[in-house]
Design a protein around this ligand. Structure first.
Ligand code: GLC
Length: 444
């Protein structure tokens, strides 16, 4: 492998401190524009709720839709700041056809699975449900919202521009699921923040680093200049839709290719550099380039790199940090042979470049978001994080934390990144409980 090629890649995927600083200041500017209702790449969508108090109690259903897996959970909230408990849970897989077909069919499938869950767990009495719907939604209140656009390669027809909960309710009626009452609609970042806020009053931010990437923050209401209807609380959680941030990002020609190959061209630039859905696609494009330019893999394109989805995030895990045995076992499966020491080293290097860049850009966005956040404590700031990239990718959380320290300096000392497992679902149950308790800060 020519060292000049590797050096070029190093340059193309580097995110120096100066770049992180620029991103941080542009994030703050875009947040202000978004909060004022001006044109911005960060939508700053009101969630119509404040951080939970920990007193929320009861049993609620949560439905969590945000990727090709969707989950139904029955969640018990003990209150008194005690951790919520997932009493029952089921995961269902949506097919590519279902997420790109008609909206009616998609919501029908979800209603069908929800009905099955109720039956399997003998839930026959009326029950409130919090709906985590992890796409850009302009909420009209706590329990209804309009889908602004699809992300993450969803494209079901007839949903953009329409009321999501109304469509889901209709599907429930059609499937004869009568005892479920959808009382809250939330983004996964908001849910994650809420799931952690129940345990820790210093939590003011929720982050998803998984298939997609996004941040929610708690903002003082006086900073929110745009319409927030009947909401009267002193602060409110805002779903930033940070994945769409598009200023001063160090994009290269691989990023442009990923964008062109995506289902939402010219949108979600930050997400396409950070999120788990796109990182393997970047690795694939770099490897294809190396095959073309430098006879990597003997100049042959392995079939796993022939289409954009076959090379997966967990393959990256293994190539970047797996033992020699694990790498060779996977190589046998993917390429039909073991890799040479040079090939192994190059694969690890490419995966590291792509994953490190993701963590450093995410750090800059997180620190940028902190500048507008309403804090309860000056010393401590808890950031709730959920998602497979953060939880499972080797070394990711460490690189993220280090980049946060590098950028924030001494001010970064009190920042704690807390893995909030299942936060997106549990948080929806928490919001459902807030609604049930009547403490929503909404004037009726
Ligand atoms: C995408 C969605 C956003 C969600 C994120 C993480 O960016 O637009 O709403 O929070 O993915 O799932």
């Amino acid at each position: 492998m020519k060292s000049s090629l590797i050096e070029t890649l190093d340059g193309q995927f580097s995110v120096p401190l100066s770049c992180m600083r620029k991103i941080r200041s542009f994030v703050a500017k875009e947040m202000d524009a978004g909060l004022a209702g001006r044109k911005s790449s960060i939508a700053m969508l009101p969630a119509y709720c404040d951080a939970a108090s920990g007193r929320e109690q009861g049993r609620y259903l949560a439905l969590d839709l945000g990727g090709t897996n969707f989950r139904v959970m029955l969640v018990e909230l003990p209150g008194f700041g005690k951790p919520p408990r997932v009493v029952a849970e089921a995961k269902y897989r949506l097919t590519p056809g279902q997420i790109t077909g008609t909206g009616t069919a998609l919501f029908g499938v979800i209603a069908g699975y929800l009905g099955k869950f109720l039956k399997d767990h003998a839930i026959t009495s009326e029950i409130a449900l919090g709906y985590t719907f992890s796409f850009p939604v302009q909420l009209l209140g706590i329990d209804e919202g309009i889908l602004m656009k699809w992300t993450k390669d969803f494209s079901a027809s007839g949903v953009v521009g329409r009321k999501v909960v109304a469509i889901q309710r209709q599907a429930l009626v059609q499937k004869k699921v009568r005892n479920v009452n959808i009382v809250a609609l939330a983004n996964d970042t908001v849910g994650t923040l809420q799931a952690q806020a129940v345990l820790d009053p210093d939590c003011g931010m929720g982050v998803i680093l998984g298939t997609g990437f996004n941040i929610a923050v708690r903002v003082a209401s006086r900073r929110i200049r745009k319409e927030t209807g009947a909401y009267r609380g002193k602060s409110m959680i805002i779903n930033m839709e940070t994945g769409n941030f598009n200023k001063v990002l160090p994009r290269n020609h691989y990023d442009r290719r990923v964008d062109m190959d995506s289902g939402n061209v010219a949108h979600q630039f930050a997400e396409k550099m950070i999120a788990g859905k796109y990182l393997p696609q970047l690795v694939r494009l770099v490897v294809l380039d190396l095959i073309r330019k430098d006879h990597f893999f003997d100049g042959h394109v392995p079939t796993v790199f022939c289409d954009k989805e076959s090379f997966k995030g967990w393959h990256m895990d293994v190539f970047e940090a797996g033992s020699k045995e694990a790498v060779q076992k996977l190589s046998q499966e993917l390429f039909g042979r073991e890799l040479t020491p040079v090939e192994r080293r190059v694969m690890a290097r490419v995966c590291r470049l792509v994953s490190r860049r993701s963590a450093r850009i995410a750090a800059a966005l997180i620190i940028g978001a902190l500048t507008r956040l309403e804090r309860r404590s000056k010393q401590r700031m808890v950031v709730a994080v959920d998602g497979s990239l953060f939880e499972k990718y080797p070394g990711y959380s460490r690189v993220l934390a280090a980049a946060i320290r590098e950028l924030a300096g001494p001010a970064g000392k009190g920042i704690r990144l807390k893995l909030t497992k299942d936060g997106s679902g549990i948080g929806a149950a928490v919001i459902a409980a807030v609604v049930a308790s009547g403490n929503t800060n909404l004037v009726r």
